[in-house]
Design a protein. Structure first.
Length: 116
């Protein structure tokens, strides 16, 4: 792990980006306005162009083409993103994440209150 004052490596960049994306999805409205939908689509479609890990970006671009983002509301968007993250997990030999736990992980925290 590079020290905090060093530029992020691919792992740190990934952790930070997933935290942002899952958090944005967790707090996305249940009934987004057309403006909110359009901006979420822009954000997601910008990743294959601008994400600063070129092979990550191009693979993610292919996945987005196969599975277009569902920006119709918080649940479908969080689900869609969880599935895309699981595709990356699978590619890297990491454990699959249970997508039923997305809200707990990124918005509500565990029931035991340990994150309150
Ligand atoms: P991360 O995968 O960073 O996950 C962080 C936390 O998110 C986990 O601790 C877990 O609590 C939670 N989580 C895990 N899976 C899910 C899920 N499905 N839904 C919701 N929450 C979940 N790295 C590469 O080496 N090659 C690549 O091609 C590559 N492509 C990437 C593409 C994108 C768009 C992004 C954002 C990152 C990519 N990465 C890639 C980085 C990689 O996904 C990881 O971020 C990095 O390997 C660090 O992994 P980690 O085990 O710390 O946990």
């Amino acid at each position: 792990i590079p020290p905090a004052h060093c530029p992020p490596d691919v792992e740190q960049l990934g952790q930070a980006t997933w935290a942002f994306l899952h958090s944005a999805a967790a707090y996305y409205p249940e009934r987004p306005t057309p403006h909110q939908r359009a901006n979420m689509l822009n954000l997601l479609h910008a990743l294959p162009v601008l994400y600063p890990c070129s092979h990550c970006a191009s693979d993610f671009g292919e996945k987005i083409k196969q599975h277009p983002p569902d920006v119709s509301g918080q649940r479908p968007l969080s689900r869609w993103l969880c599935e895309r993250h699981n595709e990356v997990n699978e590619k890297l030999g990491k454990e699959s994440f249970d997508c039923h736990k997305t809200d707990e992980r990124w918005r509500d925290g565990p029931e035991d209150g340990s994150c309150d």
